[in-house]
Design a protein around this ligand. Structure first.
Ligand code: BEZ
Length: 251
């Protein structure tokens, strides 16, 4: 998982992540009094939305900077730093919710086992994250560019983007019953016109870029932009080729 996030960049340039997640809250359908965990809560915007339903919600994220920002924005909500691959909580929940976070967790078996262990019997797990083929155009462009420069791309991809079959099988292996699963394309408009893809790369593609010196980094970014432009840029705006997986599963 990624440890160190720029919470300001996330809120200022990538705020659409939380905006799009509001649809997943409808799937969660939180009720007053329910105990809910927001897994991978980031800076807490959706945790706050869930709290508005009257549910008792707690947010957890591995990033210290994200949790600091969440606490500053929503001091009335409990936010904790924690690793979803090693969930060890002394309480149980009616529901575990997660938006745009599970694809950063490369050990999905541990995550699923942990979610199962902290749900009450009859509890539900409701999530959206990147599904198979997610951001495929951007990944191809990054890997092609680095390979052409003779830079290995081995172990650089930080994401887990499963198919429906793969993910629902995993859920069933740990005892869940999947009651809803959807894999769909959602080309997503980036803010800031021409700069939209640069913001996305700087915010999310660090594992491909972090070892490059500044001139190489900006050459790689420029090349990725030109490779993606014919497919992802139209009418002055970038549309990232998001493919989402949504699930509801019951314990
Ligand atoms: C996503 O939300 O699908 C996503 C975000 C950042 C990197 C990769 C995928």
């Amino acid at each position: 998982m990624v440890n160190d996030w720029n919470a300001e960049h996330y809120d200022n340039k990538l705020g659409y992540v939380s905006e799009l997640g509001k649809g997943v809250i409808s799937l969660l359908d939180p009720k007053p009094g329910e105990k809910i965990l927001d897994l991978g809560c980031g800076t807490g915007d959706l945790t706050h939305e869930i709290a508005m339903s009257g549910a008792s919600v707690m947010g957890i994220d591995q990033s210290v900077t994200m949790i600091q920002q969440a606490r500053k924005k929503y001091p009335h909500i409990t936010f904790i730093v924690g690793n979803a691959e090693e969930l060890d909580m002394n309480q149980q929940f009616n529901a575990v919710f997660s938006n745009a976070a599970l694809h950063w967790m490369k050990n999905p078996s541990k995550v699923t086992e942990g979610i199962w262990s902290i749900l009450l019997p009859g509890g539900r797990f409701v999530a959206e994250f990147g599904g198979k083929g997610n951001v495929g155009v951007v990944i191809d462009a990054l890997e092609r560019t680095l390979s052409e420069l003779g830079i290995s791309t081995r172990n650089k991809n930080p994401w887990y983007f499963p198919s429906i079959g793969e993910y629902t099988s995993l859920l069933e292996k740990y005892g869940f019953q999947t009651t809803y699963a959807l894999h769909f394309s959602r080309p997503t408009a980036m803010p800031d016109g021409e700069l939209g893809l640069v913001h996305w790369l700087n915010g999310f593609a660090g594992s491909y870029l972090q070892d490059l010196d500044l001139p190489d980094r900006s050459n790689v970014i420029q090349n990725v932009i030109e490779l993606c432009r014919p497919i992802l840029y139209r009418n002055g705006q970038w549309y990232i080729d998001y493919k989402r997986l949504r699930v509801i599963a019951e314990k």
